[in-house]
Design a protein around this ligand. Structure first.
Ligand code: SAH
Length: 213
């Protein structure tokens, strides 16, 4: 039994109450210890349903948001998934735990290096690189799923191009205050879009994102 096991059980119960039904998502979030991705003073809040600071004005996403986005992405074992915004590495590890082949991009190099250390320590094989993820990662495209964990002013075209036929892009789009989650499915030449209101992410900064330093 680990130190936070009871808290994690409670977090899963809350996610179910809030409408998360995908057992694969719930199982992965039960197995992965979120407190390992949370730093110092916030560790005791690791299993509260809230985003927490990870440095550089960035946050590890709220558990409900991770669960909801992953459920919408609905990846299968062996799916090739690209994540934009590695941050703490938590979302990437959830996907890897579900059996996905994960590729992840982070623009803050020290966050990336810390996440990489954690991937290694926990034994996950996740491909990662530093840089601007708004242009995607062409080398390994197309992807069965692309998940963007920062708020975009609009859908970056390169990400749509790098989506496989039948693939899904999950991305928060809106202003800097609040965003809607778009779930876009590529069907041949057409895109099917579903939108869910009321999310709050840190900004996606880059060539096809917001301007920033
Ligand atoms: N998925 C992360 C959430 C981190 S918050 C987790 O589970 O912890 C979003 C992250 O996106 C931040 O770390 C931020 O630095 C990063 N980011 C913002 N714009 C980016 C861009 N254009 N390319 C890559 N990463 C970006």
């Amino acid at each position: 039994m680990g130190r936070f096991d009871d808290e994690r059980v409670e977090m899963i119960a809350l996610l179910k109450e809030r409408g998360i039904t995908d057992e694969r998502v719930l199982q992965a979030m039960m197995k992965v210890e979120r407190h390992l991705f949370v730093t110092g003073p916030f560790i005791n809040k690791s299993y509260e349903d809230t985003a927490l600071p990870i440095g550089h004005s960035q946050t590890i996403s709220q558990p409900y948001t991770v669960a909801f986005m992953t459920q919408e992405l609905s990846p299968k074992r062996g799916s090739k998934v690209l994540e934009i915004g590695t941050g703490s590495g938590y979302q990437a590890v959830i996907l890897a735990e579900m059996g996905c082949r994960v590729f992840t991009i982070e623009r803050h190099l020290d966050l990336l290096l810390e996440a990489r250390r954690l991937f290694e320590r926990l034994g996950y094989r996740i491909a990662s690189r530093g840089g601007d993820g708004t242009v995607g990662w062409t080398e390994f495209a197309p992807y069965d799923g692309i998940i963007v964990t920062a708020a975009a002013p609009d859908v970056p075209e390169p990400l749509l191009q790098q989506l496989a036929d039948g693939g899904k892009l999950v991305i928060p789009v809106g202003d800097l205050e609040t965003q809607n989650l778009r779930v876009i499915t590529k069907m041949g030449d057409t895109l099917e879009t579903k939108e869910v209101r009321g999310f709050k992410f840190v900004p996606l900064i880059g060539k096809k994102g917001w301007n920033g330093k």
